[in-house]
Write a protein that binds this ligand. Structure first.
Ligand code: EPZ
Length: 459
């Protein structure tokens, strides 16, 4: 039987694709960090990842062009842009000036596919956005993540409360609105959820009637997102409070909007400044919005003895003579942010005395602890908290990233440790920190990115 040339080519292409995938899985970037170099100088904080994603989602609600500036160059932004493009929306990101232009006037395919949603949980915002725009959606359920299940029951129950019909079909959530427009409704969420608040706002602002969200999240991401919706013509009362009253409108308009600064990156660099300089060294963080960190973090940070002062949008942190251990408990805003608990653990290891970090938002967000222990940090997880022995002198080691914030805690530890630290699979970092190695090197850290063959036999 003569096999057609076309068949041959197809087979060759699929073999090449398989090999390319195996190679890409084999060669992953790692950071090589020479510890003990003191950090000082200036760094600019990038736009907020966790605000950019809801702002991008809002652009789907109008057929007019939307432009958003101060969007960081991150993998999650690229992934979300691809998710939006599947719907027929045009998304153009300008890396030179950090501006994204989104035109959903051509939206014609209300689908968010598994292959992309599995890479980033916030893609689930497509459900609320598509229901809000066209009254129908077929969106893949997001998976879990490194530290456990990430349920979406609040998103589903809230949309149902607003009048959506929701079915599950082969791993996809299929949503529809009667007459392609949600009536609106009342929903009280427990616990308070950032993502569910975003999704429900996306669905409610263009509903036929009014809606009310109780126990809504009040994180800065949600506030800045709500303010953008208002500028687009949405009618939302109670922004910044746990009770949101929305009056549905027929149409939203486009326009130019600005993303806020990344509060978690700011907190990460503040911790870096406290632990990695010699006493008196100072780091100035430009384009910062310290009040987005919440009073709890700022108060706890000051309690350690780290010297902080602010001047407009610049935050200055000086390394103190010594750091005092201050225990923290993560809570919803304005409590201590869960996205800074891994970084705080490393700070505690550099303090005099022992401290604790209690995690109340996620059941098991401690995947970084075994890696930090490889570096000699004496941290022990007991139930929902980690007890950290301070004053530690710790050594560089080969360590493995498991998720975005865990990996940055390994980088912080590597900068303070003696010797060399190899942080593998830094693609986790690339999801949420823009040019981290460049920013740290600019402050005097010795960190380089290199490709690493994880399958090579030890030399
Ligand atoms: C957002 O995730 C952030 N992600 C997370 O940041 C952050 O850790 C989290 O808020 C808490 O502040 C983005 O903004 C893209 P949640 P989200 O829904 O919305 C439970 C990072 O590192 N819950 O507020 O997914 C949930 O299990 C990431 O940048 C339900 O029970 O978080 C958790 O215990 C990691 N049912 C709590 O609510 C639901 O339907 C808070 O989760 C939804 C959530």
């Amino acid at each position: 039987m003569r096999i057609s040339r076309e068949h041959d080519t197809r087979r060759f292409d699929s073999t090449v694709a398989k090999l390319r995938k195996r190679v890409s899985q084999r060669f992953m970037d790692r950071f090589v960090i020479q510890g003990g170099h003191h950090l000082s100088g200036t760094v600019t904080i990038s736009g907020s990842k966790n605000t950019a994603l809801p702002l991008m989602s809002a652009a789907l609600l109008t057929d007019e062009p939307v432009q958003i500036s101060n969007i960081p160059d991150l993998k999650d932004i690229t992934t979300f842009s691809r998710v939006m493009a599947v719907t027929g929306t045009s998304v153009e990101y300008n890396r030179d000036n950090g501006t994204i232009r989104i035109d959903a006037g051509t939206l014609n395919n209300p689908v968010a596919p598994y292959e992309l949603v599995k890479r980033m949980r916030a893609s689930f915002y497509m459900l609320g956005a598509l229901l809000g725009r066209v009254g129908k959606a077929r969106v893949s359920l997001p998976g879990g993540c490194a530290w456990g299940p990430r349920p979406v029951g609040l998103h589903i129950d809230g949309l149902k409360a607003f009048g959506a019909t929701i079915d599950l079909d082969q791993g996809y959530v299929v949503g529809s609105a009667p007459g392609d427009r949600l009536p609106g409704g009342i929903f009280k969420m427990e616990p308070s959820s950032v993502g569910a608040t975003v999704n429900l706002l996306l669905a409610a602002v263009t509903a036929a009637g009014g809606s009310r969200i109780e126990n809504a999240a009040i994180e800065p991401d949600v506030v800045v997102f709500s303010e953008m919706l208002q500028k687009m013509g949405a009618v939302i009362h109670g922004i910044g409070t746990p009770i949101l009253e929305i009056e549905g409108v027929d149409k939203l308009s486009g326009g130019n909007f600005y993303n806020c600064s990344d509060r978690i990156e700011l907190g990460t660099f503040m911790i870096a400044a406290a632990i990695s300089g010699k006493p008196g060294d100072e780091i100035a963080m430009f384009n910062a919005e310290p009040r987005h960190l919440g009073d709890t973090f700022l108060d706890k940070f000051k309690e350690t003895g780290a010297e902080i002062r602010t001047d407009g949008s610049t935050v200055y942190v000086k390394t103190p003579e010594k750091l005092s251990a201050v225990s923290v408990t993560t809570e919803i805003f304005p409590g201590f942010p869960t996205d800074l608990q891994a970084q705080w653990t490393v700070l505690l290891a550099c303090c005099d005395g022992n401290g604790k970090v209690r995690e109340t938002i996620y059941p098991d967000r401690f995947k970084h602890i075994p890696e930090l222990r490889r570096m000699g940090i004496n941290a022990i997880v007991v139930g929902d908290e980690v007890v950290v022995e301070g004053g530690g002198v710790f050594q560089g080691a080969q360590v493995m990233s498991t998720d975005l914030r865990a990996s940055v805690s390994l980088v912080l530890a590597g900068m303070v440790a003696s010797g060399t630290t190899y942080v593998q699979r830094v693609y986790h970092l690339d999801r949420g920190y823009e040019n981290l190695e460049g920013k740290l090197a600019g402050l005097g850290a010795r960190v380089v990115r290199e490709q690493f063959d994880e399958w090579a036999d030890p030399s």
